[in-house]
Write a protein that binds this ligand. Sequence first.
Ligand code: FE2
Length: 393
Amino acid sequence: MLDLAVTNAVLPDGPPFVDAHFHMDSALTYGMPRVNRSGTLLEGIQLWSELKPSLTHETIRDRALALCRWSVARGTLLIRSHVDVCDPDLRAVKALLEVRELVRNEIDLQLVAFPQDGYLRWPEAERTLAAALDMGVDVVGGIPHFERTMPDGTASIERLCRIAAERRLPVDMHCDESDDPLSRHIEVLARETIRQGLHGRVTGSHLTAMHSMDNYYVSKLIPLMREAGISAVANPLINITLQGRHDTYPKRRGMTRVKELLAAGVNVACGHDCVMDPWYPLGSHDMLDVAHMGLHVGHMTGDAEMRAMFDCVTVNGARALGREGYGLDAGCWADLVLLQARSPIDALRLRPARLAVIRRGRVIAETASARPVVTLAGTTEEVTFHLGDGPRA
Ligand code: FE2
């Protein structure tokens, strides 16, 4: 039975949170076989390659299911997870396909065939990526900045977009996840999107190099992304920690240009990317943590800007993932989250309890309301963290 008698709070409800970019196969492996000492993306990839041979179907599946419980508790019911296809036996693909089926009544899980070690760089990726798609993986992935050269990155984008066009699938590529301002694969991805007729079906993830690009170049790039109907996905928690590691001072933030992309009409969503894995030691899969970090990193503290950041972890994510029936309008799925907060901005400020998470009209998670009682200066009062809190009668 739900206790909705929350003190001194107007309860907003909203559609579930959306994680537009995640890695469920590596989640909850922190410290295995060791921690990431440099904190860089490249050491994370090295660590993952050391860990991969020891993974089994059961360990991947069970960790993913544990992560999904965290997701539901936090009110995230739509997740796009990349899954590493650079494994001759496709263990992670098989395990996450099983997970997708096991959680289908609670979570919409989309899987991206992600060639972590490079589509052209890893010798068997052409075969394994095709096999993963044949097995039912939903989206074509890529990692052009990790190919051996810029031309190889371009070639990988062209080939992967052709595969997506032939199979009528969406595309979601890790793109320009570096601090190199000359990493311009997003430009090629936009061109191929237009050339292959993939308008509205393509997402560029990370795009951290855009943070460091020349402003004049970006003034041409962003309209091109808009023309191609590309969605951009920022991963603030990860971008702020992995990028800028080669800098002394000042240290670049690394997050893509969220504010400018939104202003230009590009659909921008956010992802958690990692939870306790070789790339990130923290996290509980809370998309409010993501948006909270994003608005700080992006200088988006204006009222409309904070609301826009809330959209990045809700409606914009659903749009990027092509999710129909998302929202609270008549005719949508009866999925919603009840927050112990008065508004979306309050939710960002407090990252409060998800009092109830409802899927198709069924309560699938409950959290008790938090009502701290504080004794101070001779009085004992309940604290609500709202302006104007005074002594209660
Ligand atoms: Fe990622």
